[in-house]
Design a protein around this ligand. Structure first.
Ligand code: FES
Ligand SMILES: [Fe+2]
Length: 352
């Protein structure tokens, strides 16, 4: 059985990817998912398999059926409600054939669109019909439109992808490009206060690392940053001064057990310098992801022979927390109770 977490919202796509009246297929948690936007502009998601003969519905088209937005299967034209996955019409039926199309349903995923990104709720029960819990809140406030979005697919399971993302000790080795933190900056003692928050934790607001040239050049003196993590795989970092706000949201979504989509959504406000730099920030963002991606590929070379890894203090404490949070999430589901965050506030120290 898969140990991917369910009963949670996952990042599915950017708003820009979903054009009105169009749809496409994307693998999410081991299922083919049709992501689409109906002709009224509403984003929707359903399992991309026609219950009749298993043809991908995303190869069909979006049509209105008696006032309802539906997806029409390309094979025999059955139509499924975009909003509920219920079959609305079987065109071959003739009078006297009392087959009730409404008895057939495609799995349908609750969908939430805000701040230029789209989330779907992946319930443990594929027949889930109720009201999903509230979608994730990242305190984006009025950052309504991403400045840019980059993504990569990592050949890693969700856990290794998440752990790689939160690992503080790899930065001076993997991300040591001259414009970010050249090796000459050396390592410094980092000491950060971590506090539990919702389904994860936050590094309390602090001045950014003094060996990060990039932030200093862009924001000057009075800058603070806050970094948060939340299950199933969201990490966000806010860098701000009283005026400027830079927000980077990283979303991890498993495609399946061996492959994970990593999407980095970047917003900012009142930062004309960043607007000017945008043409180089996009390739820079991709380079960061690729640096991590190459390390994941190397890691796979070792994982062919062993699954064992070491976790040491304090650099791997966050990785341990992630495992504990996952366990608690699963346990709270199994016991049908509220999730209780197992993390205690603590100051972690390391050299990086
Ligand atoms: S396969 Fe979809 S309608 Fe027949
Ligand atoms: Fe990294």
């Amino acid at each position: 059985m898969s140990d991917l977490l369910r009963d949670l919202w996952y990042f599915a796509a950017s708003s820009e990817e979903l054009r009105t009246g169009a749809m496409f297929r994307r693998e999410i948690l081991g299922e083919p998912v049709l992501l689409g936007r109906d002709r009224t502009g509403k984003a929707f998601a359903m399992r991309d398999i026609c219950p009749h003969r298993a043809v991908p519905l995303s190869a069909g088209r979006i049509v209105e059926n008696e006032g309802v937005q539906t997806v029409e299967c390309p094979y025999h034209g059955w139509r499924y409600g975009a909003g509920d996955g219920v079959c609305k019409m079987i065109p071959s039926l003739v009078e006297g054939q009392n087959y009730e199309p409404g008895r057939i349903r495609v799995r349908h995923y609750p969908t939430h669109e805000a701040n230029g990104i789209i989330f779907i709720y992946v319930a443990a029960d594929p027949r889930f019909e109720g009201e999903p819990p509230p979608p994730p809140q990242f305190d984006l406030r009025d950052l309504t439109k991403p400045k840019f979005i980059v993504h990569r697919i990592f050949a890693a399971n969700m856990d290794n992808a998440v752990v790689g993302l939160m690992d503080p000790a790899h930065v001076p080795y993997v991300h040591s490009q001259w414009w970010w933190r050249p090796p000459s900056t050396g390592k410094k003692l980092k000491e950060k206060r971590f506090v539990p928050r919702e389904r994860g934790w936050a590094i309390e607001r602090h001045a950014p690392s003094s060996n990060s040239l990039g932030y200093r050049a862009l924001f000057g003196g009075e800058v603070t940053t806050e970094i948060c993590f939340m299950l199933p795989g969201f990490r966000w970092e806010v860098v701000e001064t009283p005026k400027v706000r830079l927000f980077t949201l990283t979303c991890l979504t498993p495609e399946n057990e061996n492959s994970t989509r990593i999407t980095q959504v970047t917003y900012w406000q009142n930062a004309p310098l960043l607007d000017v730099l945008k043409p180089i920030l996009v390739p820079a963002g991709l380079e960061f992801l690729d640096q991590d991606g190459r390390m994941v590929d190397l890691q796979n070379e070792g994982l062919k022979y062993t699954q064992s890894m070491l976790m040491i203090d304090d650099i791997d404490v966050q990785a341990k927390w992630y495992q504990r949070l996952k366990k608690e999430w699963q346990k709270s589901r199994d016991e049908n109770r509220e999730f209780v965050n197992p993390i205690e506030p603590v100051t972690l120290r390391w050299m990086s």
